[in-house]
Write a protein that binds this ligand. Structure first.
Ligand code: SF4
Ligand code: SF4
Length: 437
């Protein structure tokens, strides 16, 4: 694609990156077929190619975002299915991230949208505050249909997604979990924000599996939310602040007792941590350390898959529908490893038909775009039902919450199943299946 940025514009490193990405696009349109919003809406402007044109036009003309552009960019899930399909290697993720930051800088959203986004940005990344907000959501939950009727659909969606019971508190604060037996490695585990409150059992399982197999696990002092929630809303400076906080926390461990890897159990967060090197490339103080942290970042499934002597014990051979979270499959190109480890752990693993299509979770998307998100969730749940699983496994807490809201089939993180198969407790969502110990 030809671009016409001026030399002055190209002096801005972010525009230079956008220019390179835009030039790689050859307008072939292959990406439209695998884009969930194009599949649902059939509008070229809700396809990757259409959005690329909108972004090009906005950036080349150095124009503030218009309401029309915002509508189509907001509908994008950042699922990155288009990046998997694109034969020209167009880095859509960095382009849409740039567009979202441009929108945040140049467009004034309607008051309700602004308030909702501010609420998400000020509450969700902070576990203590988020926990309190869930308590409030518990009492407000019965009013979700009322909020729907008066047009406050995102608020209604938030209440519907809030858990009906508050999970127990997770391991709080910095800690070291020693390896059992001979120590074979030492890793940091990102505690995370939303997952640490709504699904603390996921990291608990990861810690048990790792320590059981000789890996010491540290929850680093001072770590925070990875920044992806605000990053995807275009709140660049807030995202950078979270990234720097985590880099400082992990670098203290790297320079101290050392780390073999930085593990993440929520793939949406993992994709962002792996991108710290890019997003901080222009920061003289942090660029090198950010690149180091990104190079050490691994999804937990990548790391566990390298353990050759999994201590598998006999368990019922449950059929597991593996839902490939977009951030893991498209964002990190990890598809084989979680399925392989589940198979090695004794489960019968089935792919979900049309697995490349997002479930509609996409970070805060299911709160901000509830109608599209629900349509995608219903489609996903129907596809999953075709493989008649006993349980659904997904490597991202957002997908787990989203899919669980639309099906009676239990939904867990693969690490919970691997934990159970190697001597841990039965995953809570499974109850006690026949033959379980
Ligand atoms: S990221 Fe997903 S929703 Fe957005 S344009 Fe690409 S395929 Fe479509
Ligand atoms: S598949 Fe790639 S090159 Fe083709 S239109 Fe989409 S982004 Fe452009």
């Amino acid at each position: 694609m030809q671009t016409s940025f001026t030399l002055t514009q190209l002096a801005d490193p972010d525009i230079a990156v956008a220019d390179k990405i835009l030039r790689a696009c050859v307008h072939c349109g292959f990406c439209t077929a695998t884009c969930p919003t194009y599949v649902l809406l059939g509008d070229e402007l809700d396809s990757p190619r259409g959005r690329i044109y909108l972004i090009k036009d906005m950036l080349e003309n150095d124009r503030p975002a218009t309401a029309d552009v915002v509508t189509h960019i907001d509908r994008c899930l950042s699922c990155l299915s288009c990046m998997t399909t694109c034969p020209s290697g167009v880095h859509y993720m960095h382009l849409v991230d740039h567009a979202r930051a441009h929108i945040e800088d140049t467009y004034r959203r309607p008051p309700l949208d602004r308030a909702l986004r501010a609420l998400i940005a000020r509450v969700l990344p902070y576990p203590k505050l988020f926990r309190w907000s869930l308590l409030a959501a518990f009492f407000a939950k019965p009013f979700a249909p009322l909020f729907d009727r008066i047009g406050l659909k995102p608020l209604a969606a938030m209440l519907r997604l809030a858990p009906s019971t508050l999970p127990p508190r997770a391991h709080g604060g910095p800690q070291v979990f020693p390896a059992q037996g001979e120590r074979r490695g030492r890793v940091a585990l990102l505690t995370g924000c939303v997952a640490s409150v709504t699904a603390p059992q996921i990291n608990a399982s990861a810690i048990r599996v790792l320590t059981r197999h000789g890996i010491e696990v540290v929850l680093a002092d001072g770590e925070a939310c990875c920044g992806s929630l605000v990053h995807h809303m275009g709140r660049k400076e807030e995202a950078l602040a979270f990234a720097r906080t985590n880099i400082d926390a992990w670098m203290r461990e790297i320079d101290g007792a050392g780390l073999d890897a930085i593990l993440v159990t929520a793939s949406g967060c993992g994709t962002t941590v792996k991108d710290y090197g890019f997003i901080l490339r222009g920061d003289e103080r942090y660029a090198a350390r950010a690149a180091k942290v990104s190079a050490l970042a691994r999804d937990v499934s990548e790391y566990i898959n390298k353990i050759n002597d999994l201590k598998v014990e006999p368990r019922p051979r449950l059929v597991v529908a593996y839902h490939a979270a977009c951030s893991l499959a498209h964002g990190q190109k990890i598809l084989r490893e979680p399925k392989e480890t589940l198979s090695k752990s004794g489960f019968v693993v089935k792919d979900v038909p049309d697995g490349h299509l997002c479930c509609g979770s996409a970070g805060t998307y299911n709160m901000l775009q509830p109608q599209l998100a629900t349509a995608l969730r219903d489609r996903k749940v129907a596809s999953i039902a075709k493989v008649a699983p006993d349980v659904i496994a997904a490597g991202n807490v957002g997908c787990i919450t989203q899919i669980a809201a639309g099906t009676a089939i239990p939904v867990v993180h693969p690490i919970e199943l691997i934990d159970w198969a190697t001597g841990g407790p039965v995953p809570g969502a499974l109850g006690r299946p026949e033959g379980a110990v």
